[in-house]
Design a protein around this ligand. Structure first.
Ligand code: ATP
Length: 454
């Protein structure tokens, strides 16, 4: 961890020159307006954690403006972002009205790559009731840092004079970075915002830190108090809370460290924040790992969203009606909600039908209409025998091609029409069952069938 004095030289060395230049420019603009500007949160943490002038790829930078008169403008961040945007035609400005936070976004820019720069006006928050969304009022940088989740994320570096480069560490974040600990700022933190439990796990696993014991005790207390469950039952959970919870879950379940993170969530009993019936027992843990292995092999480019399948298995433990409701609350994608609706029915249908199939072509007919994620979800929850059939279908039978195709039938002189499908289906079945070995054999069968069909 870098030593604390003037941090500007080490920040400058760790950043791409173009990003450093941009920060300098924003700082000058803020100074011109008579405000202070700070870089805060994850960017400071990551910069302090880098060693020996290593470059940090920052794609997400949080800045905070402060220093104006208390009764003055809560929209300073927006004003600052607007003046910067005027100088950079290739960035987009978006304003989150409620919190007066502005974001400048560059997408695949030749200079900045993909960069998301948030400029907030320093603020303090009041929680009208637990797990609600914070109400915002202008205040000082200390208050702004106090509302953050962990000490390691509550560090700031001043970018404007006087004392530019000064590190602001009000809550012992540097000591915790050194001790490799995730420590919460106050006892009520997890009651106020349960997504912080997921964030604590994410940072602990990703950075290879420990959750500090008192912080762990707060997490356990928050979960045992059952507050999330009570709120859920009263339908009291703010939609923004479930959206953030989903974002954190997605973050964890798609990261390469999803396995230890999920286990830590389970050890902390934190999966209960989703629903009281969600646990990571041996069976579910096995299903998730098995599905992940299949997905890695069958969908290597991750087109399906492997994280979603892992989440669907987790919530498959909840009774059907509440599971559907949770999926809706979490605003899961449409296809995921559809899967949740049909997967149990598909499961019983395939268990019943596949067992009675003898020939490969019969098994194929049971399976070919269904999508890959549906089949994986059924497979991991089935007997070894059924799972093997589905695996053979996905890896072999679904790739089998008939020795003749529509063009060949045309070449043989048959007029295109509905008979083509009948003939080609039959050819596929015979090929799957190993009853045709060559093109010549296939042609003989086609001739025979065409005669019969006429
Ligand atoms: P990452 O590198 O994973 O993006 P980050 O620390 O930048 O980590 P963000 O989710 O981008 O994480 O959040 C930016 C900052 O906002 C955090 O460092 C933290 O200070 C604050 N923050 C984010 N979420 C919360 C929360 N739920 N409660 C309190 N503070 C939060």
């Amino acid at each position: 961890v870098a030593t604390v004095s003037c941090l500007l030289p080490s920040i400058r060395n760790s950043l791409e020159p173009s990003i450093w230049k941009l920060l300098e420019e924003i700082a000058q603009e803020a100074e011109h307006k008579g405000w202070h500007l700070y870089i805060v949160g994850g960017a400071v943490r990551d910069l302090l954690l880098t060693q020996n002038n290593e470059k940090v790829l920052l794609q997400d930078i949080d800045l905070v403006v402060d220093g104006f008169h208390r009764s003055a403008d809560v929209g300073a961040g927006v004003e600052l972002a607007s003046s910067i945007q005027k100088k950079y035609s290739n960035c987009r400005l978006s304003v989150h009205g409620e919190f007066q936070t502005a974001a400048l976004l560059w997408h695949k820019d030749p200079e900045f790559g993909s960069l998301w720069l948030d400029i907030a006006t320093s603020r303090t928050e009041f929680y009208p009731y637990p797990a609600a969304n914070p109400e915002v009022e202008a205040s000082s940088i200390r208050q702004d840092l106090y509302r953050r989740d962990f000490t390691i994320n509550a560090l700031a570096v001043r970018l404007t004079p006087p004392r530019e480069g000064e590190l602001l560490d009000f809550f012992g974040g540097i000591l915790d970075l050194k001790a490799k600990e995730v420590r919460v700022l106050h006892a009520n933190s997890f009651i106020e915002d349960p997504t912080r439990i997921y964030r604590a796990v994410r940072f602990a696993v990703r950075l290879n830190f420990e959750i500090e014991p008192q912080t762990e005790a707060y997490i356990r207390y928050a979960i045992e108090s059952g507050i999330y469950e009570k709120l859920r039952l009263k339908n009291h959970v703010a939609p923004a809370l479930t959206t953030r919870l989903k974002a954190e879950l997605k973050y964890i379940l798609e990261a390469n460290y999803w396995k230890p993170a999920l286990q830590l969530l389970s050890d902390l009993d934190a999966l209960k924040c989703l629903h009281y019936q969600v646990t990571l027992d041996e069976e579910i843990w096995w299903q998730i790992r098995c599905a992940s292995r299949w997905l890695k092999y069958l969908d290597p480019d991750n087109n399906i969203g492997h994280w979603l399948i892992r989440l669907e298995i987790l919530i498959s433990q909840i009774n059907f009606k509440e599971r559907k409701q949770l999926a809706l609350n979490l605003q899961l994608p449409k296809e995921s909600i559809e899967r949740i609706k049909i997967v149990n029915i598909l499961h019983s249908e395939l268990q019943k039908n596949l067992i009675n199939c003898q020939k490969v072509s019969e098994k194929y007919k049971q399976l070919y209409r269904h999508k890959l994620p549906d089949l994986i979800l059924v497979a991991v929850n089935s007997s070894k025998k059924i799972r093997r059939i589905i695996w053979q279908y996905l890896t072999q039978w679904s790739k089998v091609e008939t020795p003749l195709n529509g063009n060949d039938l045309k070449r043989m002189g048959y007029k295109p029409g509905p008979k083509y499908k009948v003939v080609l289906d039959k050819l596929l079945s015979l090929t799957l069952d190993g009853e045709i070995q060559s093109k010549e054999e296939a042609e003989m069968i086609v001739e025979e069938m065409m005669k019969q069909l006429n």
